[in-house]
Design a protein. Structure first.
Length: 166
């Protein structure tokens, strides 16, 4: 009788230990699956070269520039090239904040700063940084010497479709 009781206790202990190990593996696999899913939800940093490009046009901006030689204003129309359609949807949801940031940036410029192609390229990079920040992307802190403005982010590039300074 004692042998049967000892065998039953050992059997229950083994069954409980096996169940504990199996449940622990399932929890670990579920946690890894959630981490992988969270990684997939992060915005892509670069556009997929195989996919067709995704562009998000913005309404025109008209701002007064900082005074230099009398009153001047800037009228600009631009589009964002984005990494994917999901990013395009995010931009549409955050459009008021993005437009605000761009308006503040543009209104702080002088006509002489954006009169040449280099100035416009620098402005495009600044707009891209502001818009990516609105989307929650933090650019890398350190920049390599000689590196161009390609710091990643869901907005791949800023394209001017109209640029008028008067």
């Amino acid at each position: 009788m004692l042998i049967i009781i000892v065998a039953a206790v050992v059997g229950l202990a083994l069954a409980g230990g096996g169940a504990f190990l199996l449940l622990g593996k399932k929890k670990k696999a579920a946690a890894e699956g959630e981490e992988a899913q969270a990684d997939e939800e992060k915005p892509a940093a670069h556009a997929d070269p195989k996919a067709p490009p995704v562009f998000v046009p913005l309404e025109p901006f008209v701002v007064n520039l900082q005074p230099e030689n009398g009153e001047q204003y800037l009228q600009v129309v631009l589009s964002f090239r984005v990494a994917d359609t999901h990013t395009g949807d995010q931009i549409k949801l955050l459009m008021p904040e993005i437009r605000h940031r761009i308006l503040m940036l543009l209104s702080g410029k002088k006509a002489s700063e954006i009169a040449n192609p280099e100035g416009r390229e620098a402005l495009a990079a600044e707009i891209r940084t502001e818009a990516n920040t609105s989307l929650g992307y933090e650019p890398p802190k350190k920049k390599k010497k000689g590196a161009d403005h390609d710091e990643g982010g869901p907005i791949v590039s800023v394209l001017f479709t109209s640029f008028i300074v008067q």
